[in-house]
Design a protein around this ligand. Structure first.
Ligand code: ADP
Length: 234
């Protein structure tokens, strides 16, 4: 892949020779791939392969050690500190452990995203939050606190939180790893529906079942290296 050939209309994520070191540990080594707009894209590989680290680099949870990355038109190597919130607004992020705020209601967990994005109208927030909770089947639990919900329900709320800002990309880091097969299927189907509404979906997983469900692009990582470099978002 040549660094110069870049069509932002087609490519939503580009990583070019990206490396990440934690001290002596090479978490990622010269990782290069593209993800096309509206791809349903898997990053697979065994535990310790570097999948979560790769996700963290994409949302700037960690800086890369070297290389070059573009996410939805924003060059992560050159991004200024005051542009980071703009990048994050283009992303919806889902974690294996849900990461909901335990003492806030389901409604507030989801609504916070819109407040942080600067939406002031309570009416607009109410309508958008309830619409997305309806979509994930959690509207009836809008005033519950996360610890009173099952893992599958909490992850549905996390999906609602990721979707409510209409992000261009949803990053899901092992989103079904803590769930039973039935709850996992629901979460996967919700991601499929976000994809059909236009989002680009990037999922890390080592779950063969999930991988068997099909995707439009895949890269496999092993010891921080791409072992399937032909995985550019097809
Ligand atoms: P995966 O998500 O595929 O299980 P990770 O990205 O979590 O893999 O980890 C890749 C490698 O980087 C592992 O060797 C892990 O121990 C190391 N690593 C990840 N995060 C850190 C960190 N914050 N400090 C030190 N080493 C880390």
């Amino acid at each position: 892949m040549k660094k110069g050939l870049f069509d932002p209309e087609r490519i939503i994520i580009r990583l070019y020779e990206v490396s990440k070191h934690f001290g002596e540990t090479d978490a990622l080594v010269n990782v290069t791939f593209d993800v096309c707009r509206n791809a349903f894209f898997f990053i697979s590989g065994p535990s310790g392969a570097g999948k979560s680290t790769l996700m963290k680099l994409l949302y700037l949870g960690e800086p890369m050690s070297s290389g070059y990355a573009i996410v939805d038109g924003m060059n992560l190597t050159r991004i200024r500190r005051n542009q980071v919130p703009m990048l994050r607004r283009r992303l919806g992020i889902i974690f294996q452990d849900y990461r909901l705020i335990p003492n806030k209601s389901v409604f507030d967990n989801v609504g916070l995203v819109l407040e942080v994005a600067g939406i002031r109208s309570r009416k607009v927030i109410r309508e958008r939050v309830m619409a997305v909770l309806e979509k994930v089947g959690m509207a009836g639990h809008y005033d519950a606190c996360p610890p009173t919900l099952s893992g599958g329900e909490q992850q549905r709320v996390a999906v609602a939180r990721a979707m409510v800002g209409n992000p261009s990309i949803i990053l899901a880091d092992e989103p079904t790893a803590s769930l039973d097969p039935e709850a996992a299927e629901i979460i996967f189907d919700l991601l499929v529906s976000a994809h059909s509404e236009g989002a680009t979906i990037v999922i890390t997983t080592h779950d063969r079942y999930l991988l068997s469900k099909g995707c439009t692009g895949i890269v496999c990582l092993k010891d921080g290296r791409c072992v399937f470099p032909d995985g550019a978002g097809r």
